[in-house]
Design a protein around this ligand. Structure first.
Ligand SMILES: NC(=O)C1=CN([C@@H]2O[C@H](COP(=O)(O)OP(=O)(O)OC[C@H]3O[C@@H](n4cnc5c(N)ncnc54)[C@H](OP(=O)(O)O)[C@@H]3O)[C@@H](O)[C@H]2O)C=CC1
Ligand SMILES: O=C(CO)[C@H](O)[C@H](O)COP(=O)(O)O
Length: 473
């Protein structure tokens, strides 16, 4: 076998599946993993694809086994591990070689690494990959950032391994340096919002309406046929109808209610705050995960304040389920609107020119947040690339007009029954504030001027440094 020109290091869940996907699409590939036993395990399980793969235990040998100019994909744990792997690889590389970080890296790190590596004469792309292990194996959505010239070198391979939406690969170059990892971060922020809102509607049906998991699963199955159709609704329907093989109980009831998180959701909230673009529904979802993690304290608080009566008995179950469907749709639209507005702002701030319609298009298959709604989002940005908020697009304005009253009813009803809806209620507050021509921020301006002489604008005069008649002290 002649030397392959592509290598992949990091044969964990994502890396091993991505390697098989690459080989399956006709590319020879050198593979490496820090823990050598995993190289052997991987090769043993590669079946018919074994002939396309060469395994290596040492970095030096791995790099020597790749033809120049090399393309080396790193699929390792995000953070300092990526820097450590880069430091281990670069002494053996040659100028013109290309490194790809395909993990969930913080885009700030990607900007830094791009500059450092390009200054050393290497190429560097930061590519967000979504789809979990099945996506990695059979077709992920890939969001690339870095030099367009370097992207062109790997575009065919990325298109080949990507998920296809009506034949079109869900892979795109989205701008220089950190653009790809930023979009992946916001993808995950939206994912957090979507997941949390689904969990909240589950909570209303379970704890408010007293429905059993399998029945709720059926409701999600039905919703999946309509405007909410998405991978996350589909898997939630399946999860709720799955029994635990060990006990025979509904599996959802044996899973501890403490959610993990690896960073991307939190970064999406941090970056939105840094840019001054509110993403309150996403932020609320991150907050909800943090609250979930503090289970011991939640239990202490429940003992202190008592267990509320969450049962809703005042209205018909079917009517509430319909309102919930609309509430979830409205909340989801708001979370997506916020996420896309943050991407737009980051693109402007960093000069990335990230095409928002293309972002929506490549999320339509392969990735975790794939959903039918993304068709309309792609059209909204294609029709008006300057669209400032999805909530201003005629198609989404129509959807919001048809659903926000139900979101309001559900938030009000659940507040009365102590059923927490952090993400859905944050979405509603955002919507109500965002469409309020006259807000209450004049009070804030008066307070700021009162205590700090910060000045305010007047409604009846030009200038921003007017002051109130309050004396100092
Ligand atoms: N799992 C998922 O659904 C998704 C994950 N991602 C991202 O992909 C990346 C990989 O994730 P995943 O495959 O799930 O993770 P795994 O934990 O399955 O694999 C991690 C990989 O990183 C390697 N690694 C860890 N520490 C070091 C180190 N100090 N030096 C060298 N290699 C190291 C591991 O090697 P070793 O075997 O020696 O420990 C292993 O190959 C992450 O950035 C993750 O956020 C992106 C999309 C989806
Ligand atoms: O990127 C992903 C999906 O798109 C990964 O599954 C990621 O780990 C999800 O984030 P978290 O672990 O914080 O829930």
């Amino acid at each position: 076998m002649t030397k392959p020109s592509i290598g992949l290091t990091g044969l964990g869940v994502m890396g091993s599946n991505l390697a098989l996907n690459i080989a399956d699409n006709g590319f020879d590939l050198a593979v490496h993993n820090r823990t050598n036993a995993d190289v052997d395990r991987f090769l043993e399980k590669s079946g018919d694809l074994r002939a396309r793969l060469t395994g290596h235990y040492e970095i030096e040998d791995f790099i020597a086994g790749i033809a120049t100019p090399r393309t080396i994909i790193m699929m390792v744990k995000a953070g300092s591990v990526v820097d450590a792997v880069i430091a281990a690889l670069t002494p053996h590389l040659e100028k013109g070689d290309l490194l790809i970080d395909a993990g969930n890296s913080d885009f700030n790190d990607t900007v830094r690494r791009t500059k450092t590596l390009e200054d050393q004469g290497f190429g560097f792309l930061g590519i967000g990959v979504s789809g979990g292990e099945v996506g990695a194996r059979f077709g992920p959505s890939t969001m690339a950032g870095g030099s367009a010239e370097k992207y062109a070198l790997v575009e065919d391979m990325l298109n080949a391994i990507a998920a296809k939406h009506e034949g079109e690969p869900c892979a795109a170059w989205l701008g220089p340096d950190g653009a790809g990892h930023f979009v992946k971060t916001m993808h995950n922020g939206i994912e957090y919002g979507d997941m949390q809102m689904i969990a909240e509607t589950y909570g209303v049906m379970r704890n408010g309406l007293g429905m059993e998991p399998k029945a709720i699963g059926k409701v999600f199955e039905r919703w999946n046929e309509g405007a909410l159709g998405s991978y996350l609704i589909e898997i939630t329907a399946q999860i709720l109808q799955t029994e635990d093989p060990q006990t025979g109980a509904d599996i959802i009831d044996v899973i501890v209610d403490r959610a993990g998180q690896k960073g991307t959701g939190r970064w999406s909230a941090i970056e939105s705050q840094k840019l001054g673009v509110p993403a309150s529904a996403i932020e609320a979802a991150v907050t909800a995960r943090a609250l979930s993690a503090g289970k011991d304290q939640r239990e202490t608080m429940e003992r202190l304040y008592g267990t509320p009566d969450t049962v809703i008995s005042s209205a018909s179950m079917e009517a509430i389920i319909t309102q919930l469907e609309n509430a979830l749709l409205a909340g989801k639209i708001i979370a997506y609107a916020q996420g896309f507005s943050v991407i737009r702002a980051a693109s402007e701030e960093n000069g990335w020119n990230t095409p928002l319609a293309r972002v929506a298009e490549i999320w339509r298959a392969g990735c975790i947040i794939r959903s039918v709604m993304l068709n309309d989002i792609a059209s909204a940005f294609a029709n008006n690339p300057a669209l400032e908020s999805l909530l201003l697009a005629p198609a989404f304005a129509d959807k919001m007009k048809a659903t926000h009253a139900d979101l309001r009813t559900i938030v009000a009803l659940t507040a009365q029954h102590a059923l927490p809806l952090p993400a859905l209620s944050a979405a509603l507050s955002y919507f109500d504030y965002a469409r309020q021509g006259q807000s209450t921020a004049n009070i804030l301006q008066a307070q700021r001027d009162f205590f700090g002489a910060h000045g305010f604008e007047r409604t009846d005069e030009e200038g921003s440094d007017h002051h109130g008649p309050w004396a100092m002290g």
